[in-house]
Write a protein that binds this ligand. Structure first.
Ligand SMILES: [Zn+2]
Length: 486
């Protein structure tokens, strides 16, 4: 580390709110510290909360704080971003119209396609103030570009540091960051720099080579893993017969950037003998938006930085606590690219405070991600199919590592072709995979009504193909098929 970098790191560290915060309630403490700072500064916030002091912070108070921050963020976006100025003027809406939580539903959504089409119109600062620009991988179509200022980067570092501390990580631990190396998509590097800046030990290990991953864990005395869900799962399944994974000393595994099917979780817990947690991070929001705790009772959200709601993806109507809908995110402090009511296409539920763990009792949570709207398609006469449906039954078959489903059409029938990455006796594999598919009503009903052909199943040897991050589990080659309709 050069002298200049050292000075910069020292300066940056002084600005971090998370440095002195420790313990499994770190995330809640961080949110409360931001709340208290704003409470001291703003008469408007004190009036809204209706208290003179915040000796005890309730869930109700945090909701009020989020409403206050939502309005502030909306005001900032309207004043500084061309996109929002135009959008809200056209809709005839101002931040003053948002007086209650229910009023938030009056604010129009922000579509990710708009951001992809014209990222510059969203940017709310001059380019000179941009410290970091991120281009998202974008599984479909255009790439989105988001801009972060120095304050944004520090807030992201705070969120990440508080999140890993909230799952028990301390300065004595070592985090292995396991995202496969991909250009233009480097959450791993961001995660690693954040940990280092926050004074935590981390190591980027992006190799797909199983032996090298295990060697890195042993050499660095790794105690925490974070990475792409399917990547960590794959390493686990390929390593578990060769190494005694339980003896390595991993305390917690954090699965990120993709949903975590329960069957994957179960198999990883068995292999490593430690909790396996889901984490939700959106690049557009600065990665660290929500993380599960060992109580497996939903994900703790970084509530001082983000506001999250669930809505009906078709009508846009708000969903109540515990009702499934599309997650809608609002950045509450972002300066570079503020995003208000941003559609995520991810399906989940909002859960009320408190969490069962006892470490997160005043901030609303998000349930584990159930799937993505654009990963969903239909077969037969409209049976909805989506990766999560097959994940639970196919990955439960011993020896199955991953699968790809290709959909084609012949005459009036849909054809389903499954290719599975598999290790074991092929005949037994066929028997079990076919039984697993027939256990799904979606497949059985379509077959009973003669609307699909009997699914074809073939195997390729486990470990023989290259790992492709975020590859689509369902590939639809049917023409003129309206995938977007739900
Ligand atoms: Zn919890």
């Amino acid at each position: 580390m050069g002298i200049l970098t050292k000075v910069k790191v020292a300066v940056a560290r002084r600005k971090l709110n998370s440095m002195d915060i420790i313990g499994t309630d770190s995330l809640e403490k961080l949110i409360h510290s931001r709340f208290l700072a704003d409470f001291k500064k703003s008469q408007e916030l004190r009036d809204m909360v209706g208290k003179d002091s915040l000796d005890e912070i309730t869930a109700e108070d945090v909701n009020t704080y989020q409403l206050y921050k939502f309005r502030e963020s909306m005001r900032y976006a309207m004043e500084n971003s061309h996109y929002y100025k135009k959008k809200y003027e056209a809709a005839g809406i101002t931040p003053d119209d948002i007086k209650t939580m229910a009023d938030i539903s009056k604010v129009p959504f922000t579509d990710p396609d708009d951001l992809a089409e014209n990222s510059m119109a969203f940017c709310a600062v001059s380019q000179g103030k941009v410290m970091r620009a991120f281009t998202t991988s974008g599984t479909t179509g255009n790439r989105k570009r988001v801009f972060f200022t120095q304050n944004d980067v520090l807030n992201i570092v705070d969120s990440i540091a508080a999140a890993v501390k909230s799952v028990g990580m301390t300065k004595d631990d070592a985090l292995q960051v396991m995202f496969p190396a991909v250009s233009a998509w480097d959450p791993g590097l961001m995660m690693d720099s954040a940990c280092k800046l926050a004074g935590l030990n981390s190591l980027v290990s992006s190799t797909a080579d199983v032996d090298e991953q295990i060697k890195n864990m042993k050499d660095n005395k790794t105690t925490y893993l974070i990475g792409l869900t399917s990547f960590i799962y794959r390493i686990t399944m390929l390593a578990k017969d060769k190494y005694d994974l339980r003896s390595i000393g991993v305390k917690t595994i954090i699965c990120s950037a993709e949903p975590l099917p329960e069957i994957m979780r179960k198999q990883m817990i068995e292999a490593w003998g430690c909790p396996v947690l889901a984490q939700y991070g959106m690049t557009e929001m600065g990665l660290a938006t929500a993380i599960e705790c060992a109580a497996y009772d939903g994900m703790h959200t970084s509530g001082a930085y983000f506001f999250v709601e669930a809505v009906d993806p078709v009508t846009g109507e708000s969903k109540g606590y515990g009702e499934s809908g599309e997650l809608i995110w609002t950045s509450l402090v972002m300066e570079g690219t503020p995003l208000i009511r941003y559609r995520s296409r991810d399906i989940s539920q909002i859960l009320p405070a408190p969490c069962n763990c006892g470490c997160f009792s005043t901030v609303r949570r998000v349930a584990k991600i159930q799937g993505r709207l654009d990963a969903q398609t239909k077969i037969g006469y409209g049976q909805k199919i989506f990766p999560a449906l097959f994940d639970e039954v196919l990955l439960a078959v011993p020896g199955v590592l991953s699968y790809k489903l290709t959909l084609t059409h012949e005459g009036y029938k849909d054809k389903l072709n499954f290719v599975l990455e598999y290790k074991g006796d092929e005949e037994e594999g066929h028997r079990q995979v076919e039984a697993a598919l027939m256990s799904l009503d979606e497949i059985k009903d379509a077959l009973d009504n003669d609307l699909i052909e009997i699914p074809e199943v073939s195997f390729i040897e486990a470990g023989s193909i290259e790992f492709v991050p975020k590859s689509k589990a369902i590939v639809d080659l049917r023409e003129n098929y309206d995938v977007s309709s739900t």
